[in-house]
Design a protein around this ligand. Structure first.
Ligand SMILES: CC(C)(COP(=O)(O)OP(=O)(O)OC[C@H]1O[C@@H](n2cnc3c(N)ncnc32)[C@H](O)[C@@H]1OP(=O)(O)O)[C@@H](O)C(=O)NCCC(=O)NCCS
Length: 306
């Protein structure tokens, strides 16, 4: 049975699916007959490596380090297809996600760290649509401002069309030039040379504690509901975690942001800059979050001029 070989067609039909549970790589004990739910095996001069569900490895007493999510690319790729693995691993590498690739007769399979699974799925879904995430470059700014004007042409608060230029455009222009601007936290989603989404986070504070304030985030109206916003949210959190930021605060819909782990800021002892914001002021705590934080969040200076 032959499979698809054209790279563009392959990428458009990647259809990544995550299997249930965690998987691990383990060395199979020499001389022991193979048993259990082994999903893949590689024989080498040094011994036999097996890939199997983590709970099977635990019950067999096998040791392991790497705990992985198993993602299958459902596209039926021909074994001789050129470039699919390179394109997939380049996109994941770009996002700072390492992966091990296993090729079966029908499909390619990726084992990525369980902690990176959701973000790897974002990257793969976006790759299928030709979308990549990258850090903003200064020459992108006019296009980002235009995108922001279009994204906020309907107020997210009232649902009504906005007369004139949305205030998020002026806010963003000021954020690009303020001392609280952090280049690696201005992230664009690009498709075929067009910027279709953007998220920015800038320096904010609770007392002396430095953390991030996220916003504005916008996606071009005709690209919304295709996962671009979610990918920008998760990319921001991953970069913040890697940079040792303790948390991210934002003002937004309590129906959207909890899916990324945000909680009402007051539930972790943080008050919004404006008390009336209530539960719309939300916070994502990251591994460096100190337990004893109490206080009111302060955004970068341009937010005070709104
Ligand atoms: C909010 C925004 C960035 C999300 O980007 P996106 O690419 O459409 O998001 P995704 O495709 O990843 O997620 C879409 C999901 O989020 C939901 N969603 C988006 N905005 C929402 C909101 N304000 N309230 C509740 N749910 C919302 C969608 O209904 C959809 O839900 P589903 O997955 O259950 O179908 C984008 O809709 C946008 O630019 N909106 C206009 C500007 C704006 O409101 N920015 C945020 C200000 S706080």
């Amino acid at each position: 049975m032959s499979g698809e070989t054209d790279l563009k067609t392959l990428l458009e039909s990647l259809h990544p699916v995550v299997r249930d549970g965690d998987y691990v790589y383990a060395l199979w004990p020499h001389g022991r007959p193979l048993s259990g739910g082994i999903e893949a095996a590689v024989r080498e001069a040094e011994g036999l490596t097996v890939v199997l569900p983590r709970d099977e490895a635990d019950s067999l007493g096998l040791s392991y380090d790497f705990v992985a999510a198993w993602i299958t690319l459902q596209v039926h790729s021909a074994l001789e297809a050129v470039g699919l693995t390179a394109a997939v691993s380049a996109a994941l590498t770009h996002a700072g996600i390492s992966c091990n690739v296993l090729a079966g007769f029908h499909h390619d399979h990726l084992l990525v760290s369980s902690a990176d699974a959701a973000r790897a799925m974002d990257v793969l879904r976006l790759l299928a649509r030709g979308v990549v995430l990258r850090t903003e470059r200064p020459e992108d700014r006019p296009e980002i401002l235009e995108l922001t004007a279009r994204a906020f042409s309907v107020s997210p608060v009232t649902g009504e069309p906005v007369a004139g230029t949305p205030l998020e455009v002026e806010l963003l222009r000021s954020l690009f030039d303020c001392p609280e601007y952090l280049p690696q936290f201005s992230i664009v989603a690009e498709m075929g040379g067009e910027i279709v989404g953007h998220a920015i986070s800038t320096r904010g504070w609770i007392g002396d504690l430095e953390l991030l304030g996220l916003g504005p985030i916008g996606v071009l109206p005709h690209f919304q509901k295709r996962g671009v916003g979610s990918a920008l949210m998760r990319e921001t959190a991953a970069r913040a975690t890697a940079a040792g930021e303790p948390g991210i605060a934002l003002l937004g819909s309590p129906l959207y942001y909890p899916r990324f782990g945000y909680v009402p800021a007051t539930s972790v002892g943080v008050q919004p800059p404006e008390p009336v914001w209530g539960d719309r002021f939300q916070l994502l705590t990251l591994p460096g979050w100190p337990d004893d934080v109490r206080g009111t969040f302060r955004y970068a200076a341009p937010f005070n001029e709104l």
